[in-house]
Every structure is written in C-alpha cells, then in structure tokens.
Design a protein around this ligand. Structure first.
Ligand code: ADP
Length: 480
C-alpha cells in the first residue's frame, strides 16, 4: 500500500501515524495511507512558511505567474486521472469530479493572471505638494483549512490567490480527502515553488487545524467547513488578532412560481438538490413552491427521482454517487427521520445495496413541510430536499429569507418583475434565475451573507480583498 507524506519546508516528511483513505463507493478499496501531522509538524510548517515569506513576498509577478500558470496547465492536462482519484475518494461522479479538476486548473490560470494585474491607485492629496499612492501587499503566512466536499476546487481557490499575491501557505485538507490535496501540492512543487512557500499538513482538525489557529506566526486563516468549527475558529482568531474568512453552511431556497417553465424548474431543482449527492454548501435544500404549480411540480420531481441512477461514482452510468462516509450517512438518515416525525411525507431516502459495500442512499424529497420545521432550518448536507407550499410570490420571498443562512438562492419564473424583485430582495450572496443554486463560475465572487459566511468574498479578483492588505503612502515631491 502506498504511503503519502506531508510536505514541510521543501521536504516530504512521513507522519508518525497514518490514516487510510477509503473509497465510499467500495469500502474494500483503500486508496492509500496518508500521513497524519501532529502539532509539532504544524509548527515546523508554520516556521518554514514564515522564513520563506521574506523572499516570496518580493518575488516578481512573473515568477508567481510562471508557477501558477504551469500548475494550471498540469492540472488541466491530468484532469481525467485526477478526476478519477477525486471520484474515488469523495464519491461524486466521474464527470462531476473531472469538471471539478478542470475548474481547479482554470482557477490557477486565472490567478496566474491576477499576479500580473494587481495594481494600485494614485490620488492627488487634498494638501499641496503631496501625492497619495494606495497599494496592496501580501499578508504573510496564511493557514488554509478546507472541507471534504470539493477536494481540489476549494484548496485551489484558496491556495492560488494566496500565492498569487505573495503570501506563504500552510494547507490542511479535510481528513476524508487527502489524495487530491496531495496531488495538488505535488503539482505545485513540480511547477517550481520555492522551499517553504507552500506546506501540506494532512491530519486531524482538532490537532493540526487547532495548531494553525493558535499560532501567533499565522497571520490569517481561510476556512471552509461546518458552522460549529467556523464559529470556534472565529472566536480564536478574534482573540489572537488574526484576519479570517469563513465559508460555512447554507439552507438555500429555490422558489418555483406558478408561471415557471416546469421542465426548467424540475431540472434546476434535481440538479441543485441532488447532484454531487447534495453535498454542496450551495445545494437547494428548500424548494418553495406556489400553490398553482405545486402538485404538477411534485409529480414531475417524483418521476425524475425514480429514474435517477445511484451507484458507484466511477461507473459510467451513475448520476448520483454515494454519501461521503458513515457519519454523514447517519446524519442524512437522522434528518430524514426527523422530517417524518415532524409530519413531512418522505419520498425516497432509503439505503441502497449495490455490488460493492458503500454508503448508497436514495435521494429524498420531503413534501408537506413548513418553514418552521427543523428540516427547513438546519443544514443536512446530503441528498435531501424539502418542499414548502406557499400562496404567492410575497410569501415565497418571506420564507426564502426566513433562515439563519444566506449563501445562494434561486427562483424559477418567466416573470421579469418577480425575477428582478427577487434578485434585489433575497438575502443571499448569490442569486440564480432559472438555473440551479449550485454551480458558480471560477472568475466571479463566491460567498454569502448572515450565518453562511464571514469576511471578504472568495474567487475572482475579489479574492484580493482577503489575501492582501492595503497600504496608503504619501509622497512629498515639493513644489512642481
Ligand atoms: P465537517 O463536519 O463537514 O467535516 P468540519 O468543520 O468539521 O466540517 O471540517 C472542516 C475542516 O475543518 C476540516 O479540514 C477539519 O479537519 C477542520 N477542523 C475540524 N475541527 C477543527 C478545529 N477545532 N480547528 C481547526 N480546524 C478544524
């Protein structure tokens, strides 16, 4: 069995312990043994990043462009193979996984260009003889903590801007998906990153993540994961004066109005709620449907659900792969039971047997729910969506906003009036009209409001807000 080491200060370092990376489509298939860093490894990685920051922070944009562009080229060239690894360790289908890898490659290409595009401003001072120059500088050492549901895209959209703007990185991937993270770091190393600039510390959140959050030598933390962990990290960062950025949960509404094109609405809801096994923070988990279309919508959804093929992520005809692990499966089943106890009618949602032992679950649609039920207030993070029947657009908007979260929101309608009003008044960072709540481009801002997110947006040129700090300089040139 192959063993995969951490990467600290330019060296591959074995862990004192290792953990197996298991395929959720086939529990007999172990992808490899992955090193588990401890707090000392994390400290060494942080120290290496600190040491490397001096030279890297003043590297030329061309140097940074070259590394990131090369990494992007390699990722794109290897997307079929890396996609296979990703599908094998996380359980999304092969086309979804290859698409995610391609997106990671494009992110590196985009941020290669951003290294060249980072400009500043020159303003006249209100005082005579003075000029004001506003520039951006890197922050220092950034700790990146990522979740399991996008094993390569989320690391890419944190690592690429961090490096593009001249920061050094300590990267801790999620325990369940170290394979894609390891390959990504290996590609960056082979693309010519100097020693210490990027460090990989695989291991447990409570040990490695905790050491990063606690260290005075880490200047900023970018985290994507659960609300509970994010809130704890936020409190620690405030106490130690670190800059931080959090992307956490969602309970994303998709409104379907009477005047919607039914086929468009069903497609957007099936995709948004169930593709990638519903394991996306932008998944549509609350389908808010007006009464004139409700019954036709539910019937069409049930027909589509019954025809979905759930199985091994690597099989060509699979549309929905397995749930990522036993703990998540238990959570999905618990919420399905809660929805039933609260009075919802559950269609689907049963465990499925396949040729190999894996975490297969039929997607669940829960009808007859109300906005106050737990199934509509708490994030499940699985292939589970509920239907809330409402009278009209006004009630639909009110229900859509009746949530502690605010990541993504959607509406299916042919009315320009309602689409326009919804775009303006829904409380979410991202709004989709007649398309799924999940699935955002790599070059535009990603992030939410309320309990979903904290700090500046990720992705696109907006990423510079988090990964740089602004300097205002005055130049006194005398009388000219
Ligand atoms: P999930 O429940 O979906 O796994 P988590 O928020 O627990 O979400 O995990 C997201 C990331 O946060 C993972 O990389 C995990 O290892 C890390 N993590 C978990 N606990 C902590 C912690 N106490 N401090 C820092 N990072 C943590």
């Amino acid at each position: 069995m192959k063993t995969f080491a951490n990467y600290i200060d330019g060296q591959w370092i074995e862990g004192k312990t290792t953990a197996p990376n298991v395929n959720p489509s086939n529990l007999d298939d172990v992808i490899g043994q992955f090193a588990e860093a401890d707090a000392d490894d994390a400290q060494r990685a942080i120290a290496a990043a600190r040491k490397a920051f001096g030279p890297w922070s003043v590297s030329t944009p061309q140097q940074r462009f070259d590394v990131l562009d090369q990494a992007g080229t390699t990722i794109l060239a290897r997307k079929a193979e890396l996609g296979r690894l990703l599908a094998r360790e996380e359980g999304k289908t092969l086309p979804e996984a290859i698409g995610e890898v391609a997106r990671a490659g494009q992110i590196f290409k985009f941020f290669a260009g951003e290294a060249l595009r980072l400009g500043g401003e020159i303003l006249p001072s209100v005082r005579p003889g003075l000029t004001v120059e506003v520039t951006r500088e890197p922050l220092g050492v950034i700790g990146l903590i990522t979740p399991w549901n996008f094993p390569i895209a989320i690391p890419a959209w944190k690592i690429a801007p961090a490096l593009a703007y001249g920061n050094c990185v300590v990267f801790k991937p999620a325990e369940l998906v170290p394979g894609s993270a390891w390959e990504l770091v290996n590609i960056l190393v082979e693309s010519g990153l100097p020693q210490g600039v990027l460090n990989l510390v695989m291991g447990r959140g409570a040990v490695v993540g905790e050491a990063m959050v606690a260290s005075p030598d880490v200047d900023a933390i970018s985290f994507t994961g659960s609300v509970a962990t994010g809130s704890a990290i936020a409190a620690r960062c405030v106490a130690s004066g670190k800059k931080f950025q959090l992307e956490m949960g969602g309970k994303n509404p998709m409104v379907v109005l009477d005047d919607a094109d039914l086929d468009v609405a069903v497609e957007a809801c099936i995709n948004g709620a169930f593709y990638s096994t519903g394991q996306r923070c932008t998944a549509s988990s609350r389908l808010i449907v007006t009464e004139g279309i409700h019954d036709r919508f539910v019937e069409a959804m049930c027909n589509r659900l019954a025809a979905l093929r759930i199985g091994d992520a690597l099989s060509a005809d699979t549309q929905i792969g397995p749930v990522v692990d036993a703990r998540q499966l238990e959570q999905d089943e618990r919420y399905i039971a809660i929805a039933r106890e609260e009075g919802g009618t559950v269609i689907g949602g049963e465990r499925l047997e396949r040729a190999t032992p894996g975490f297969f679950l039929a997607p669940a649609l829960v009808t007859g729910t109300t906005a106050d039920m737990r199934i509509n207030r708490e994030e499940v993070f699985g292939p589970v969506a509920s239907v809330i029947r409402v009278k009209d657009y006004d009630e639909a908007l009110a229900v859509a906003n009746d949530t502690p979260f605010g990541l993504s929101a959607g509406i299916c309608t042919t009315s320009l009036k309602y689409a326009t009003h919804f775009r303006r008044h829904v409380q979410a960072g991202m709004v989709m009209v007649n398309t799924a709540t999940a699935g955002v481009d790599y070059h535009v801002p990603f992030g939410g409001r309320k309990g979903s997110s904290y700090g500046p947006r990720e992705q696109g040129s907006y990423a510079r807000e988090f990964y740089t700090t602004v300097k205002t300089a005055y130049i006194h040139a005398g009388q000219v």
